[in-house]
Design a protein around this ligand. Structure first.
Ligand SMILES: [Zn+2]
Ligand SMILES: [Zn+2]
Length: 351
């Protein structure tokens, strides 16, 4: 089979044998996949993916071969798998922090990092009974791909924050996870969704997914504008999805007394760097503002619920797919994500 492999700081298509499943695995024949900045970060050194690893963690397909102990799946079935594949029985999984499976930060994010990933003509799903979900007939493969990470990761923030019905939400960062958070906030009943990004652009995609007002740092005084839009109180919930450390105090400042700040992204900074909390905006330490940090939840039950939202027409994810490639163009797709080509949100790779 052909596979997109990390090779000397770039991604190359190479040939590999089709994998065979272990007892608890399913091997899937890939029909559609995508890439995100996490794949690029892995190959260019951020996560130190070993040379020769097949990259990728966003893919769907058809069941090809089923391990002896897997329940509920048969060859030929259309299936999706979340970007994180947790075991379900380690300490962190049992405590509900399954994104950190194996008792390490980001541990569930093993696909294309600590094991071969899904940007190949076939890929292995570990702990398949727990991690695979059937794709409903009404949901296209291309859209199911957008559920595997963009929705699975992005909706985790608004869910964790328990947004009050009709409440106001500000989402900082408008990469695909931030856009997933916008969709999640709207689906969970937010009455006003404000997006914040560094530069203008992409407003029509954010609006299509549920944003009411789109702000950017180069054109707006974001803090003053959020204060004005909320009658001086601040938002009920701020989602930090930019991964930029200077965004965190802005999110704290944007949040009302009694509100919730939820951090959904890992920050890029030196290991000993510290986040700052503006004291007055923190209510001098007693402002009843809750700070949560979380990471994409995993598992077939959650993935099936997210797919049901698409099946029922509650959310249209088509605007996320801005670029399309055939698998033999996957090296170009990787290069485009790495170069942050303007306007690129989800590159769809068809097999
Ligand atoms: Zn991703
Ligand atoms: Zn686990």
């Amino acid at each position: 089979m052909r596979a997109l492999v990390a090779r000397e700081g770039a991604a190359r298509i190479e040939h590999r044998p089709i994998p065979t499943p272990g007892d608890t695995d399913v091997v899937v024949r890939t029909t559609a996949a995508s890439l995100c900045s996490a794949d690029v970060g892995g190959v260019t050194g951020e996560f130190a993916v070993a040379d020769g690893t097949i990259i990728g963690h966003e893919a769907v397909g058809v069941v090809h071969a089923v391990g002896a102990l897997v329940e509920g799946f048969t060859p030929g079935q259309r299936v999706a798998v979340s970007s994180g594949t947790a075991c379900g029985h380690c300490l962190n999984c049992q405590r509900g922090a399954d994104g950190h499976c194996g008792n390490t930060v980001w541990g569930a994010y093993s696909s294309g990092v600590s094991r071969d990933g899904s940007l190949a003509e076939y890929f292995t799903v570990p702990h398949a009974t727990r991690n695979l979900a059937a794709i409903p007939d009404e949901v296209e493969d291309a859209i199911a791909v957008c559920v595997t990470d963009t929705m699975a990761s992005g909706t985790t923030g608004p869910e964790a924050a328990r947004i009050p019905l009709g409440g106001s939400v500000a989402v900082f960062g408008q990469g695909h996870v931030g856009l997933g958070a916008v969709a999640g906030a709207r689906l969970l009943g937010a009455g006003r969704v404000i997006t914040v990004k560094a530069r203008p652009g992409g407003e029509e995609i954010a609006t299509a997914l549920g944003a009411d007002i789109c702000l950017n740092l180069s054109e707006h005084d974001v803090t003053a504008e959020i204060s004005r839009l909320t009658g001086g109180t601040g938002v009920d919930c701020a989602v930090e999805a930019s991964g930029v450390m200077s965004s965190f105090p802005r999110a704290v400042e944007a949040t009302r007394i009694g509100g919730t700040i939820v951090v959904l992204s890992s920050f890029t900074g030196t290991p000993d760097a510290a986040l700052s909390i503006p004291l007055a905006q923190w209510g001098w330490g007693i402002g009843d503002k809750t700070i949560l940090s979380t990471f994409a939840r995993t598992g077939s039950e959650r993935l099936a619920r997210l797919l049901r939202l698409v099946q029922a027409g509650r959310v249209d994810l088509n605007p996320l797919i801005t670029h399309r490639y055939r698998f033999d163009q996957a090296e170009q797709a990787f290069a485009d994500v790495a170069a942050r080509v303007p306007g690129l949100v989800k590159p769809l790779i068809c097999f």
